[in-house]
Design a protein around this ligand. Structure first.
Ligand code: ATP
Ligand code: MG
Length: 282
């Protein structure tokens, strides 16, 4: 990748609405971390679920919130069939207590459910309900992971704006990197993020992630400046190798950490959890 500006045309719809981070996690209780991406299908839900399981093993109280309101699939990955979802909470049919359920890895989940399709447009009401839910939940947990949708639509940017820290997931594919760049640019300029963290998933070789991070950083240094006048910093959090065990675990609807704990991808997720504990949670 050369240090020329990448296309700003991601594969998902774009909208321009400035949303500075509310960063709810810094105020009370849990560290709120958004797991997001430019391109879809790069491993956000797989990483959110397995990272939650790994952090739970550290003795932390973890919640994964299915923030992909339009196309939620955390329930599929975890083989959960929730009767009550965020949709019921938003419509007042159920309490938040009823909607937060335990996942196989010992962590909590709040699932969006298919009824959330109607929330794929961001109205002030949805915004407020989302904020209320998160404000109620953060004091009860150590970590809240927001498994967001991909791209830079209003809903995605809004859910990311609720997090103090952002993990961008990308694969080494050029399309994924171009879209990651577009997402980083929007988060740096609209949300005034000074730094973002990159996880390279489906890495082919050790060292891929570090090289990709520095290539992206070079482009950002030239073309994206934050309000402070400094370029946004992209911090490499870790890599997860391409591993067939991931696909097999997803097909079995099982956590990788439980189904194939010794697999290379599982060990990489565990390492990612160690790094998060050491850098973000201490
Ligand atoms: N490290 C990996 N090795 C091999 N396959 C992987 C890996 N990570 C993810 N996958 C495959 O990619 C698929 C998509 O992953 P996942 O559903 O987590 O992506 P996503 O980013 O959440 O997608 P969406 O944008 O639709 O929400 C998985 O079902 C799995 O088959
Ligand atoms: Mg997903």
């Amino acid at each position: 990748m050369k240090a020329t500006e990448m296309s700003d045309a991601p594969s998902t719809p774009t909208t321009q609405s400035a949303q500075e981070p509310l960063a709810l996690g810094t105020a009370a209780g849990a560290h709120v971390i958004a797991v997001t991406s430019g391109k879809g299908g790069v491993g956000k839900t797989f990483i959110s679920a397995n990272l939650a399981a790994a952090l739970t093993r550290h003795g932390l109280k973890v919640l994964v919130l299915d923030a992909d309101l339009g196309l939620a699939n955390l329930d599929v990955v975890l083989n959960l069939h929730p009767k009550i979802t965020l949709h019921d909470v938003f419509t007042g049919r159920a309490s938040l207590e009823e909607a937060v359920i335990e996942a196989p890895g010992g962590f909590s989940v709040l699932l969006a459910g298919s009824g959330m399709v109607e929330y794929s447009r961001l109205t002030p009401e949805v915004r407020n309900q989302f904020i209320n839910v998160l404000q109620t939940l953060t004091p009860r947990f150590d970590v809240v992971l927001l498994d967001t949708g991909a791209g830079i639509s209003d809903v995605v940017l809004f859910s990311v704006s609720l997090a103090a820290e952002v993990l961008i997931v990308a694969t080494p594919e050029p399309t994924s990197l171009t879209d990651a760049y577009a997402a980083i640019k929007v988060l740096a300029t609209q949300q005034k993020r000074q730094h973002l963290r990159l996880v390279v998933n489906q890495a082919a070789r050790a060292g891929d992630g570090r090289a990709i991070t520095s290539q992206l950083q070079q482009v950002l240094n030239r073309f994206v400046t934050t309000d402070s006048g400094r370029p946004v910093r992209l911090l490499h959090l870790g890599d997860i190798p391409a591993d067939n065990a991931v696909r097999e675990a997803v097909m079995r609807r099982q956590l990788l950490l439980q189904g194939a704990p010794g697999s290379p991808a599982s060990l990489a997720v565990a390492q990612l959890a160690n790094k998060i504990q050491a850098t973000l949670l201490s």
